[in-house]
Ligand binder design. Sequence first.
Ligand code: ADP
Length: 448
Amino acid sequence: MQKSYDLTLAEISVVAAVLLAVIITFSAVLFWRYRKRRGLGRMAQFAGLAVSDNVIQDQKLSSSFVLGAIQNGVVMVGKDNVLHLFNPAASKITGWPADEAIGLNVANVLQLLNEGGQQLPTEANPFTKALQTKQSVRDSNLWLATRSGKRVPISLIVSPILDPSSQTVSSVVGVFADTIKEREDEAKRSEFISTASHEMRTPIAAIEGYLALALNEKVAKIDPNARKYLQKASDATKQLGILFADLLTSSKAEDGRLANYPVVVEAGEIVEQVADAGRLKAKEKELGMRYIVSHDQQRASGQVMRPLYYIYIDPNRLREVLQNLIDNAIKYTSEGTITVRLTGDSTVVQIQIQDTGAGISSEDIPHLFQKFYRVDSSMTRTVGGTGLGLYICKQIIEMNNGRIWVESQLGKGSTFFINLPRLTAAKALEIQKRQASQISPLEPTHQL
Ligand code: ADP
């Protein structure tokens, strides 16, 4: 049976009005979205952002304003090493218009150079590395050759974009900034520190000298109270002297002015001398001090021979490093023994300074060799220091093609390791002969 619906005129009018309202609202929404898209598109054009069609869809245009407004260069590179996105700041820094850069190989547009001005080899290029390793790569000491050939210092971080389902890298994003201003500021700061510390050392040496005279019973008569105060003043002045000397050394090491006169030395001699000198200080704190050399070579007769560990280094600089590490080991250990070890293989000489002291937490270890870094602990607070010693050690060891690092466990002690390239006896002799035949004094060198 068929149903019949009789609608009155009023009901028909209501239905028609509702339909009309729905149609008008729908059209208004469509029109508003169209206007918004056009507006966004215009704004993107205005922001000067050029993107390849397949990268950013319309609904993501709002992020393109952000990219357009960012003062850092932002680029996106596909697995094929081709540029897919190039924001206005990237154009400004490189001199490449975005529409010309997009579609080109990243290496042709972002010509990256090392500190020495040489083009980075492919395997060292941060874009290649991030694509291959799926890890972020950061480098703050790069240079970039612009389109016109000008060289600009930059810092760059390249981060991979992982496909969440397959965990493969679909592309990488590079963000870079022109660091010329920062480097100029850093150079000025460094020059100021260098000049100030140099100038301060002279009056401080004079104060130290006069305080020493005042405290010398043969030269001056002072009452016990005054002696107590002057002794404190003398200790503080010595500390200040160390701070200025460290500041001067670190600023020189940073800009390559640290005098370095490398010669062939037998590491064993120097390590033993410094360990011996530390023995007295260790004894004052009732700490033991051991020096161990690995005797890994045997003569045919069965007699054990101490191996000769030849290295090419400025002996004074090596002494400075070892003294610093041994001083620290004594400073941050309240009981037990300091062990200095010398070992190595055919290519490497390794020096170890081990203590049974406070140890260093795993959170502090990555920062330990940074300038002014001091672990915030009750022990560090009671022990004087500048936080520059390990930074200087690292600069000196790296200047001599070596490596320095620490392994430590909180409460159990620390071992500092130094690896330096080992010279064969023949090579050591050859360098010694060459240096002996030089008429002029040795030139400072930073290379082996
Ligand atoms: P400082 O003048 O403060 O000793 P360093 O650069 O030599 O400066 O050392 C940095 C920090 O590393 C120290 O403040 C200390 O907290 C920590 N440290 C260095 N050596 C040791 C060690 N052998 N044991 C424990 N902590 C150490």
